[in-house]
Design a protein around this ligand. Sequence first.
Ligand SMILES: [Zn+2]
Ligand SMILES: [Zn+2]
Length: 295
Amino acid sequence: MFADLHLHTNFSDGTYTPEELAAHAQRHGLCAIALTDHDTVEGCLRMALACGQAEMEFVPGAELTAELAGQELHLIGYYMDSANAKLLAELAKFQTVRQNRIREMVARLNKLNIPLEAAAVFAIANCRSPGRPHVGRALVQAGFCSNLDEAFDRFLKRNRPAWVPKSKISAVDAIALIHQAGGVAVMAHPGLNHNDDLIPPLVAGGLDGLECFHTKHSPTATERYLDFAHKHGLLVTGGSDCHGMNKGQPLIGSVKLPYHYVEALKSKANEVAQANNSIALALPPMPNPLHSAER
Ligand SMILES: [Zn+2]
Ligand SMILES: [Zn+2]
């Protein structure tokens, strides 16, 4: 029994719909999959339904773009309450930042005499969490670049002329946000950061797990992170980080996480939810009935 706990759909920068993703997962014989779209939980409802139809277990999630010591890193929140008011308010902020970033990238392209319109990018993205691949696809569609790689190499990569830095939530705040929403906080693809010194401060900040298995981790990196997770009592997760057809080949099926790791993740989520409930019970009743209905 195998799972893939890192997947994207067209609710962020993946190309598959939740239904297409479920079909691919089923073809690869997976018994459980997570949806971890960037800065959104919007696709989770449809993904849950699609998994239900395919008789697969669904693990809700979202991948948050965070920062520590000036470095971007990604944190996945699993099993968060998708109706949590604070989570939804913060995600809405992240999405606004993403949309403004698209407008700024387009403005930079316009200055380079590339008359792309932000509306064309938003039409392709058709979601609240647009990203650079959508700008790239718009450039290709309008004939300014012949493919996505060219769009990134010429304009969109870090320090290329249309690249705009992202503003991000602090990693420790992101972990707290995930926990207050009843979720489990996992650092995604630590190997892509090339800086393992980032991990201990995250652990001190309450990190619950490490994505040890990832498409871009070498076997040695995987071993190193498994070892670290073991020593620090962290959960182990893994996934393909499949974005459909957006980033080269569809990666689903390339990482198969043994199911017992999903069970450990689930019991941790139950612990977090129980701890939150006991905090809520210990608090004096709120004077405003709207507030007490919020959680
Ligand atoms: Zn990531
Ligand atoms: Zn990802």
